[in-house]
Design a protein around this ligand. Structure first.
Ligand SMILES: Cc1cc2nc3c(=O)[nH]c(=O)nc-3n(C[C@H](O)[C@H](O)[C@H](O)COP(=O)(O)OP(=O)(O)OC[C@H]3O[C@@H](n4cnc5c(N)ncnc54)[C@H](O)[C@@H]3O)c2cc1C
Length: 410
């Protein structure tokens, strides 16, 4: 049995599922293949993983009709406090000074998944094959022919565009012959949620410690979401500590800005590397999300950047369809325009995250002094914080309709 569609998306994580939903607005016929069985709104737990969304991401989700499902559970970030442990210099980015109600929001991933999946399952333009797995495919000039195993049988899918949204170890990327550049930070990110004595009142903290950056983001139900970057062995050791010694270590690294740390949830430790694909597109194919780049989580930019990519790709397809109802979403000219549009933003965010990481993990004394001065200067130089705030809010460079708060089809 052969299924014909415009777009075949491999991978229904946060990125692939949101893209399928965006394409359904145009509408463009889409098949979404996901190995796991996602889509249930899971019951809340103390340890739910979360994502910090920039304000441009909020507008993109709003324009796609997804924000209503997320807003009630999203925790606004009103202040970002940047400091370095044991050194002079601290900086604050305030929503009020930027003239916005919030610099961003922290949202549990289960809320994002639980909002988008029911919509794509209902969308006429989207066929969900989940669980299903892309087995192999061939690319020809006119389209892609892929085999997908689902429900105990193999289906053949013929698509004009293949989207690789299959994560950092993307098999589709490999099969397309696109290489990757990988920088191993030699670190682990210890992830957890915790509860503190004092309420967070919308404050996020980015604290640079001698062993690596520690980010604490405000989360619903009075929790903080923690991403603690440590050298690999140290990350393994600290991640494996029992609750009480772990709490003490975290308290020592973070300090007492939120009073005592009362409860710490389950810890998971992730090896951290930067992975960048050598190309964003190939004949009849495009890479999005972690398949295209996987960033250090220190600046919480991966999904935000991917949302701007989704907004740009769907805008180009939407505009092409406006001129010609049967316009080809996999046409080489369209994919070239996409790669050209997105290259600068991707380079800027990847470079910024990487630079921040490098600057704050090299512990040479003169550099440490200049880091302290840098933070102070950053606080004093007019415009510098505003620039960073705009980047963090996802407002740098050419901005898509969705990121400007408009509908995709407007
Ligand atoms: C600790 C941590 C904290 C982070 N915090 C933030 C943050 O605060 N803000 C932010 O913007 N970003 C953050 N990120 C980054 C963000 O999580 C990623 O950018 C995002 O999850 C990427 O999603 P994805 O859909 O591209 O990939 P994935 O989530 O990896 O999804 C890929 C999907 O593809 C499926 N798949 C794979 N192969 C196949 C196949 N052959 N057939 C079918 N399906 C397949 C998999 O089952 C999977 O569901 C963080 C990342 C980490 C590690």
């Amino acid at each position: 049995m052969q299924t014909e569609c415009d777009v075949l998306i491999t991978g229904g994580g946060l990125v692939g599922s949101t893209l399928a939903h965006a394409l359904a607005q145009i509408p463009v016929s889409t098949v979404l293949v996901e190995e796991r069985e996602p889509g249930r709104l899971e019951a809340p737990g103390f340890d739910d993983r979360s994502t910090a969304l920039a304000s441009a991401s909020q507008r993109i989700l709003d324009g796609l009709g997804l924000w209503d499902g997320v807003a009630g559970e999203a925790e606004p970030i009103r202040t970002i406090h940047i400091s370095e442990r044991g050194r002079f210099g601290a900086s604050r980015i305030l929503a009020s000074r930027e003239g916005v109600p919030a610099l961003g929001h922290t949202v549990e991933n289960r809320i994002l998944t639980g909002t988008v999946w029911p919509k794509i399952r209902e969308a006429d333009a989207v066929t969900c094959m989940a669980p299903g797995s892309l087995e192999d495919f061939e690319v020809e000039a006119s389209g892609v022919t892929a085999r997908v195993s689902t429900g105990g049988s193999t289906r053949t899918i013929r698509a004009r565009l293949l989207v690789a949204a299959d994560g950092a170890r993307s098999r589709v990327r490999g099969a397309l012959g696109i290489g990757v550049r990988q920088d191993d930070y030699g670190q682990k990110g210890v992830i957890l949620n915790c509860e503190t004595e004092n309420p967070h009142r919308g404050r996020a903290f980015e604290r640079f410690t001698p062993t690596g950056p520690l980010a604490m983001l405000p989360l619903g139900r009075g929790r903080m979401s923690v991403v603690w970057t440590l050298p690999r062995e140290e990350g393994d050791r600290i991640g494996a500590l029992d609750d009480a010694p772990f709490r003490d270590a975290l308290q020592k690294a973070f300090g007492y800005r939120l009073g005592r740390i009362r409860q710490v949830g389950a810890r998971s430790a992730w090896p951290l590397h930067r992975v960048r694909a050598d190309a964003l597109t190939a004949t009849r194919a495009v890479l999005v999300g972690n398949a295209a780049f996987s960033l250090h989580p220190v600046a919480g930019q991966g999904f935000n950047l991917a949302l701007r990519d989704i907004a740009a790709l769907s805008e180009l397809i939407c505009d092409a369809r406006r001129d010609d109802a049967d316009a080809d979403p996999g046409a080489a000219a369209l994919l070239d325009r996409y790669a050209e549009w997105r290259a600068a933003d991707q380079r800027r965010i990847a470079g910024f995250t990487h630079g921040l990481m490098k600057l704050f993990t090299i512990d040479a004394a003169p550099l440490a002094v200049s880091r302290g001065l840098g933070l102070m200067a950053f606080d004093l130089v007019p415009g510098a914080k505003h620039w960073l705030a705009r980047q963090a809010m996802g407002l740098g460079g050419r901005v898509s309709r969705l990121a400007r708060g408009l509908r995709l089809t407007s």
